[in-house]
Every structure is written in C-alpha cells, then in structure tokens.
Write a protein that binds this ligand. Sequence first.
Ligand code: UDX
Ligand code: UDX
Length: 457
Amino acid sequence: MNKTILCIGAGYVGGPTMAIIADNCPDYKVIVVDKNEARIKAWQSDILPIYEPGLDEVVKRTRGKNLFFSTDIFGGINEADIIFVSVNTPTKTFGAGAGKAADLQYWEKTARDIIEHSSHDKIVVEKSTLPVRTAAAMQRILQSNTKGLNFEVISNPEFMAEGTAVTDLQHPDRVLIGSMDTPTGQAALQRMIDIYTHWVPREKIKTTNIWSSELSKLVSNAMLAQRISSVNSISALCEKTDANILEVSAAMGLDSRIGSKFLKASIGFGGSCFKKDILNLVYLSEFYGLPEVAAYWEQVVLINDYQERRFVAKICNKMFNTIASKKIAVFGFAFKADTGDTRESPAIYVCKMLLEERAKLAIHDPKALENAMLDLADETGDITYCNDPYEAVKGAHCIAVLTDWKDFLKYDFRRIYELMEKPAFIFDGRNLLDHKAMFELGFNVYPLGQPALSHLK
Ligand code: UDX
Ligand code: UDX
C-alpha cells in the first residue's frame, strides 16, 4: 500500500496537522506543499512561519525523517495516495454572495491540479472548512477526468484551536470523518481511520455522511461563537445594572448542561474561522430559503461588532469625551493569547476606531507586532509599535487591554503608572488584570461587564 500523504496548504491548519500525523505515524511519509515559497522556506528553517507552543519540538523530531516541506505541488500530487487540501477559503469579496459566501476558487483550482497531475486513484480529503455540498461538487469535478481515474472525496474538518494546536491535535475531543456510502467511499474511510487510530482511540473517531461532516464543522464554530456573543451581550447589561459578568458566567457555567467553557466576556471574538464560518452559514441558510435561520445566526456577528464599538465608545466617554491627540497604549494585538496571528482580531477594528477619533496609538504585543504593522499599513494616523511595554505607556493617558496575554500580568504596574499621564486609565477588554490592585496603584479601572473602580468623582 502507498503510504504517502500529501497536504496542499502549509498554513496554520495544514502545517501543525501534518506534523502531528508524521510524528504519530512513522510508517507514513508526509509531504506538505504550498505555492508560497517563503512559507515553505520558513517551515524548513529553525524559525517556523507560525508560533504554536510545542510545535518546534514535533517538527524537529520528524522533519527530514518522514515529514517534508516543498513547493513541488505537482510532484507531490503524483506521488501521494491521500491528499489533504488545506488551502484557504476566504469570504468572497466579489459577485454573488460577496461578504458572506466562501470563495472556493483555490479549492477548485487545486482539484483541477490534482486531476492533471495524477496517474493513479486518490483520496482527496477536505481539511479546509467548506460550505455544505462542496464535497459533492468536488467529487463531480474530479470524476470528470478523462483518464479513467477514481477520486474519492472525504470530509475531515479540523477542530484544533490556535495556541493549543499541538495538544488539541494530539488529544482531540473527536475526529470527524465524512464519506460517501459507496464501496469506494467506505474503503477510503477505512484508510482514514487507519491513520488516526495510530494515536486516537477508535471511539473518538466519528463517522458520518459527508454533508453532516461539513455542516458539523460550520455549526461547531457558530455555536462556540454564539456563546461568546451571548455572554458579551450580557456584559453590556451587567455594566448598566452593577451585576458582575464574572459572577454570572461562573454561576451559569456550574450547570453541567451549560458547562463552564467559552463563557469569557471579551471585546469580541476574532480568528480566521468564527466570523467566516458564521457568514457562510448565513449565506447557506439564505440560499436555501431560510431567512429566519439566517437572521438568527447573523446576530452573533452583529453583537460581536457591537461589543467592539461599545468598548471604544466607553474609552471616549470615560476620558472626558475626547481622545483626540491622547496617547493610548494598546496591550495586545493578537486575536487571542499564545499566537502571533491577528486575522480578524478585534484589535484591528478597535484600533481603527480609535484612530478615527484621532487618538495616538502605541501598540505592544509579545508576538504579533509584525502582523499588526501589516494590518494597519493603510492607516494614516499616529501609530508606534513597541516591543517594550514601558516605552508604550510613556506619556499615555490610558491602557487598552485587547489580548489576554498572561505576560502582561508580570509587568511592573507601579512603574507603568508613574510613566503615564494622570489621571491614568485602564480599559480591560479581557478582564485580565487584577483590577483592585490596579485601582490601589492609582489607576481608574474599567473592566468589562463589572463595576468600574474609579477615583474620579
Ligand atoms: C485554512 C482555511 O483558511 C480554513 O478555512 C480551513 O478551515 C483550514 O485551512 P489556515 O491554515 O489557517 O486555514 O489558512 P492559511 O494559513 O491561510 O493557509 C493556507 C495556505 O494555503 C497558505 O499558505 C497558501 O499559500 C496556501 N495555498 C493557497 C496554496 O498552496 N495554494 C492555493 O491555491 C491557495
Ligand atoms: C476556533 C475553534 O475553537 C476551533 O475549534 C476551530 O477549529 C477554529 O476556530 P481559534 O479561532 O483558533 O479556534 O481560537 P478560539 O480559542 O476558539 O478563540 C476564538 C476567539 O474567541 C478568540 O478571539 C478568543 O479570544 C475569543 N474567546 C474565546 C472569547 O472571547 N471568550 C471565550 O470564552 C473564548
């Protein structure tokens, strides 16, 4: 049996997923290809293109043994039996469904490359998140080949989260594999199960039809995001009523039917998946004539936008209704802690709104400054990027905490307070800091969904 696996797309999903497969399946050869040469070079170097705790060790153990990174997409297609496709599927920016539907052009082009460069049958695995029924469309494109080859499409969505990719991949809650109910579909399914059972207990591998698998991925992300929007909407109510969102979340989370995870109020969810997948679900629902379903899920995104706007409005309002020319130290730009990724980070939107109010920004983040510079490259306002937090706060009127980096907890806030303009404010968009301690140092502290601690009368 040919035990060569190819993955097309060496991004946040493809790279770590293949490293874990290679590490657990020494009997397989795993090749990861990408059209982006710089990215492949980085995967071959000591400084990987993405920061993910624990990933360096896994790559070091496997690279050059049974894990290979290359730009030779066509050679890889020809060699492998099983091809994971993990290219990006951004939201369409043009034509029908612009702003909501998934742009499938990279996927379709990849399918056509697979036909052109194959000389034997293949299993093609959807690792990218794709709208329901894409697999069926891909199967039709692949089967249209005139070489007499059989291509079997499998849906195998990835549920790992950034920052915890290695542990999530090593110990997944479940592995979902969707396949066609045909003899060739079932044979392909078995080959996928054979790979995962190298390290995942069989009972955690769930098999479904291909459409359920595709839809489960979209809905899992939508449900997670929905919890955050639900809590964030209640954080607004807490601020009006002196209730405390931490207490409310903890009390709710004790109900085992609700569960305690994903109930943390924030300035909003970010990341490459949540918004894109919900908009996709909205588009699908509209497409199938279900406007009520579409409106229900769209509200999750609208509350997220509202939460970002509300945060900026609070900063303006509490700082005497103007932040023009005031320096704001932005603590954190990544969409969550432990990653340098800034895709759809709420920080992008918050910073743009602060710049519209003519604030001066000093942005500090332990891992995401380079991406922050790219995200704000078109902004004309006054922005500095600081590796040193003490530089960022010098002469600043307030600190806006936008990412839940634990590193911030170790900073010397007495020194920070001294370096800042007075009155000094903290707006904690992640409820990260010790608010009482900050208040005692002299700060006016505005947490999310909790009573403010202010020295101002
Ligand atoms: C991607 C998808 O965006 C997401 O929908 C899905 O759930 C998993 O795969 P991610 O790995 O985070 O997520 O994307 P990204 O980091 O952008 O990586 C995609 C890679 O594919 C890029 O390196 C890009 O260069 C590569 N690519 C894209 C190709 O090699 N060929 C193409 O035709 C298009
Ligand atoms: C998400 C899903 O969790 C994962 O299963 C899927 O495969 C990809 O999308 P990811 O986007 O990497 O993963 O990170 P996640 O931990 O889900 O966080 C998403 C956003 O929600 C972050 O901005 C985070 O700060 C925010 N969040 C998370 C909250 O605001 N509150 C919470 O309680 C949890």
